[in-house]
Design a binder for this molecule. Structure first.
Ligand code: PRP
Ligand code: HPA
Length: 176
């Protein structure tokens, strides 16, 4: 684990409710050295994998994903919460701790056979990224990997996504 990156992430005890240690990436983004190291680590991993598009998950996946797409010189695709994307979309619901939410993607943004890298800041239960994987696959894209700055392995999401979605997960840091 890269200590410069890991130590740039702030922990907020009790947010958004008692008992949760919230891992806050705003302090990583405010640290140019840590931000550059994060992007460089992803670039090194994906530069030779024939990635043809990077799909970022709203909202914090957009911050890392847009820079990564720029560095890889490939299109950036937006996966957004329902009702935000203006053109024709497909939708996928997913479980939250309480209730459910819906993610959408523009129907025309994935080209059949595209080799897509999905990116978000963090994987917890894996529900969000599983919805994103389903959306990309439904449009004929191949999800090469899903990647994250942070994995919370105790919540089981990365294991579940690898086993049940048959999609590799890569993360830079792990936290309890
Ligand atoms: C957080 C995080 C991931 C998701 C991970 O986003 O940025 O997208 O939760 O959780 P999961 O693996 O249990 O699905 P959040 O839903 O808080 O939305 P936001 O980025 O818009 O704040
Ligand atoms: N940080 C940010 N997003 C999250 C977290 C966290 O610790 N847990 C679930 N979503």
């Amino acid at each position: 684990m890269n200590q410069t990156i890991a130590s740039s992430i702030r922990t907020i005890p009790g947010h958004p409710k008692p008992g949760i240690n919230f891992r806050d990436i705003t302090t990583l983004l405010e640290n140019p050295k840590a931000f550059r190291m994060t992007i460089d680590q992803f670039v090194q991993r994906y530069m030779d994998q024939n990635i043809t598009a990077v799909a970022g998950i709203e909202s914090r996946g957009f911050v890392f994903g847009s820079v990564l797409a720029y560095e890889l010189s490939v299109p950036f695709l937006s996966i957004r919460k329902a009702g935000k994307l203006p053109a024709e979309t497909i939708s996928q619901s997913y479980q939250l701790e309480y209730g459910e939410d819906v993610m959408e993607i523009h129907k025309d943004c994935v080209k059949p056979g595209d080799r897509v890298l999905i990116i978000d800041d963090l994987i917890a239960t894996g529900g969000t990224v599983s919805a994103a994987i389903k959306l990309v696959r439904q449009l004929g894209g191949v999800v090469v990997e899903s990647c994250f700055v942070i994995d919370l392995p105790d919540l089981g999401g990365s294991k579940k996504v690898q086993e049940e979605m048959d999609c590799p997960c890569y993360s830079i840091c792990e936290f309890e």
